[in-house]
Structure formats: structure tokens, C-alpha cells
Ligand binder design. Structure first.
Ligand SMILES: [Cu+2]
Length: 156
């Protein structure tokens, strides 16, 4: 009886945590780390304006590529770059946006952005929209991440 108690105590104090730890580590190893998405926001739009823009900073621990974005708030979402050419701001659609391992890529006003076409309704300050980002890693694996973006004034 006493031996059984000892055994059961041993099991609870040493073996069980070990088993749990193994399960945790195994599950952890199989789940790919998500891309870090920081400072995500969408720009408020004026009534009648059907196009909007979304911004964020993306960081990942290994090379990965943003290949698409989608939102219920918009008909289509495109990845755009913006640059000055002969004194004129020009927007260009990108097929993909590569992220270098450990290097943050900032999407912000006047630069890279996600362009939201055919907005279902104007983007109002204080409200939120959801975006789903589609990434492809170096092994060709495609993952989706959904991010909630607060809607803010352009000045931010
Ligand atoms: Cu654009």
C-alpha cells in the first residue's frame, strides 16, 4: 500500500510532467511559427470612396513570401508599392512581397500597402476590418493568417 502511494506520487511528480512536456514539445515543433504582424491598421475612407488601404509591419524568423491577401470588407485586395518617379507618385501592383528572415517589412502611407478595392462600405474610424494574409515559405508550404485591423485617420 505504501509502495503504491510512493509509486503514484513518483508518477505524478516526475513522470507526468515529462509526458506532458513531450506532448507539448511535439505539438509545438509541428506547428509553424506565424508571421509577426504588428501595427496593423486600415485608413479611414470618405463616403463614396470605394478604395482603401491597409498597413502593417511584417516580420518572420525565416524567409517567407506574402503571396495574397483577402478581406470580407473588400472585393479584392492587392499588394502595392509606391514610389516617386520624376516627381510623380506611382503605384505598382506586386505579385508577391518577399520577407527576408528576421528583417521587418513596413507597409505604411507613401510606401508599400495593401490596396482594398470595391469596399463593401466606407471604412469608419473606430470600426475594424479583418484581413487574411496568405504566405508561402521556402518549402512551398502555404499558410493563412487572419489579422484584425482598427480603422484610423490617415494622419497616423
Ligand atoms: Cu495602391
Amino acid at each position: 500500500m505504501q509502495l503504491l502511494t510512493l509509486f503514484s506520487r513518483l508518477f505524478t511528480t516526475t513522470l507526468l510532467p515529462t509526458v506532458l512536456m513531450t506532448v507539448f514539445l511535439t505539438a509545438h515543433a509541428e506547428t509553424a511559427k506565424p508571421v509577426q504582424i504588428q501595427q496593423a491598421w486600415a485608413r479611414a475612407t470618405a463616403p463614396g470612396q470605394s478604395v482603401g488601404a491597409a498597413y502593417m509591419t511584417l516580420t518572420h524568423h525565416e524567409n517567407i513570401t506574402l503571396i495574397a491577401a483577402d478581406s470580407d470588407a473588400a472585393g479584392t485586395v492587392e499588394i502595392h508599392s509606391m514610389e516617386m518617379k520624376n516627381g510623380v507618385m506611382k503605384m505598382r501592383m506586386l505579385e508577391a512581397l518577399p520577407l527576408k528572415a528576421g528583417k521587418p517589412v513596413k507597409l505604411g502611407p507613401g510606401g508599400l500597402h495593401l490596396m482594398l478595392f470595391d469596399l463593401q462600405k466606407p471604412l469608419k474610424v473606430g470600426e475594424k476590418i479583418e484581413l487574411t494574409l496568405c504566405f508561402k515559405n521556402q518549402r512551398g508550404e502555404v499558410t493563412h493568417q487572419t489579422v484584425t485591423l482598427p480603422i484610423k485617420e490617415a494622419a497616423q
